[in-house]
Ligand binder design. Structure first.
Ligand code: AHR
Length: 488
């Protein structure tokens, strides 16, 4: 067993880890909203005003901080007025991006904001830029957030909501370089400036680059100042094979594809650092956040499912992938202010899968649970000797991040991507004065999933192979595992 040396310097505080880094994304796509979150009041599935109680309970348990809605590509086809008022009078439309299915608009503004209140999170609403108008967007924000007397607030009250909601973030369009209008950066930046002028109150997040496109970032940063734009979004998915035409399966892959996927996911770090460098040139005091509002693994759909519904399984590979990305976001939290995994339920790297009245918490769910104490804590310096484990590209065995929360507790999250080697970690923590240690581990075969037949195949257990001795910490890190350590 190899020994790796690690250092943690608790006195070297780097940045605050915004809780929104542990955010989620839910789109009108496949069975994310309908069936996954919302089943309607008349459903035999236990619900509160149509929202599944089991889903609410699972989301409350991991303290979901923020949810982005209604899309995605759907956002730039969505006209919010279709989704308010009596349900039997709401317009039925075609969801042209996702399977051409009928969207009956029974889940609209009131239902989404009710959902956010039930799970106790902040709403992040994306307005329609691609096929919408400035007036439509500004009236939606007024409808949701204003306490003045106006036609929109009167309409809201008529629809049963007296008080405004607290909407923290507004996204101005989605992927406007693609499904949101195929705009150039030059054109979109002007459109953005116009839209944001008429949206008052919440923090405003602009459509940012597709993956590594730093030119888009440069144009946006050049043309929009921090008073106009509080966040710039970034979308970056991990495709196992690296080929959008044949992405790879979520359940049937070999060790080489496992390693390739994780190597591909490390590209997130490179991309973030390159966008950070561009942003730094224009915004040295970091008033504009980088908002990674779509990330996760995107595989081929599960056999026999609707190709437009993007339904995939979730394995131990995805848990390692989530741990790597969350550690990357923590490590870059001086600029990354929010991240939203795609998507919350039944779509892409879902934390929850549902089938009728059944619910499965995926391995990715458990990673979010194990990482939740990083929220609002201070990232502190950590370093580890590492080992490259894949000949086909960059892939260090270990990924880690360390924070100290407001009560002074230290939280270490660390994962080992190797399928061949476990490690003995020998960690020094100068000036740290902790008395006790506890830990949880998630480990399983790399392809193992939680299914409706076996929903707990992959779940965290407490782990006592961690020893604290003054300023020294030592622990074993098994193959293919995610470990969360707490020091008090
Ligand atoms: O998450 C699925 C889709 O991926 C979103 O609708 C879009 O924004 C992205 O291309």
């Amino acid at each position: 067993m190899a020994e790796l040396k690690m250092t943690i310097d608790k006195s070297n505080e780097i940045s605050k880890i915004n809780k929104e880094i542990y955010g989620h994304f839910s789109e009108h796509l496949g069975r994310c909203i309908y069936g996954g979150i919302y089943v309607g009041e008349d459903s035999p599935i236990p619900n509160t005003r149509g929202i599944r109680n089991d889903v609410v309970e699972a989301l409350r348990a991991i303290k979901v901080p923020v949810v982005r809605w209604p899309g995605g590509c759907f956002a730039d086809t969505y006209h919010w007025m279709d989704g308010i008022g009596p349900k039997d009078q709401r317009k039925k439309i075609v969801n042209v991006n996702w399977g051409n299915v009928t969207e009956d608009n029974s889940f609209g503004t009131h239902e989404f904001l009710d959902f956010c209140e039930l799970i106790g999170c902040e709403p992040y609403v994306s307005v329609n830029v691609g096929s919408g108008t400035v007036r439509e967007a500004s009236e939606w924000v007024e409808y949701m957030t204003s306490s003045n007397v106006s036609p929109m607030t009167e309409l809201r009250k008529k629809n049963g909501r007296e008080e405004p909601w607290n909407v923290s973030f507004i996204g101005i369009g989605n992927e406007n370089w693609g499904c949101g209008g195929e705009m150039t950066a030059e054109y979109y930046s002007d459109v953005y400036r116009q839209f944001q002028t008429f949206i008052r109150g919440p923090k405003k997040i602009a459509c940012g680059p597709n993956g590594h496109n730093t030119e888009w970032t440069d144009t946006m940063m050049k043309k929009c100042h921090p008073g106009q734009m509080q966040g710039l979004s970034l979308h970056q998915y991990t495709i196992p094979t690296g080929n959008w035409g044949k992405k790879g399966s979520s359940v049937d892959f070999d060790e080489n594809e496992y390693y390739k996927t994780l190597s591909n996911t490390w590209y997130m770090d490179r991309i973030i650092k390159d966008h950070k460098a561009v942003m730094q040139r224009y915004d040295w005091d970091k008033r504009i956040g980088l908002v990674v509002d779509e990330w996760g693994i995107w595989t081929d759909v599960l056999d026999g499912t609707n190709p437009g519904f993007l339904y995939q399984q979730n394995s131990m590979r995805d848990a390692i992938l989530a741990s790597i990305n969350l550690n990357i976001f923590n490590e870059n939290s001086d600029r990354v202010t929010m991240a939203n995994i795609a998507q919350m339920v039944n779509v892409l790297q879902a934390i929850i899968l549902t089938e009728g009245d059944q619910l499965v918490k995926t391995p990715t769910y458990h990673v979010f649970d194990m990482y939740k104490d990083h929220m609002e804590a201070k990232l502190v310096y950590s370093n580890i000797e590492n080992k490259q484990i894949y000949e086909g590209g960059y892939l260090p065995a270990i990924s880690q991040s360390v924070s100290v929360d407001t009560e002074g507790k230290m939280h270490i999250t660390i994962s080992n991507a190797s399928l061949d080697e476990e490690f003995d970690i020998d960690c020094v923590m100068p000036r740290a004065e902790y008395k006790s240690v506890s830990a949880k581990i998630l480990t399983a075969g790399y392809k193992e999933c939680n299914t409706f037949e076996n929903p707990d195949a992959v779940h965290p257990v407490s782990y006592d192979e961690v020893k604290l001795d003054g300023e020294k910490l030592s622990f074993k890190l098994p193959k293919c595992s995610v470990l969360a350590i707490e020091l008090c």
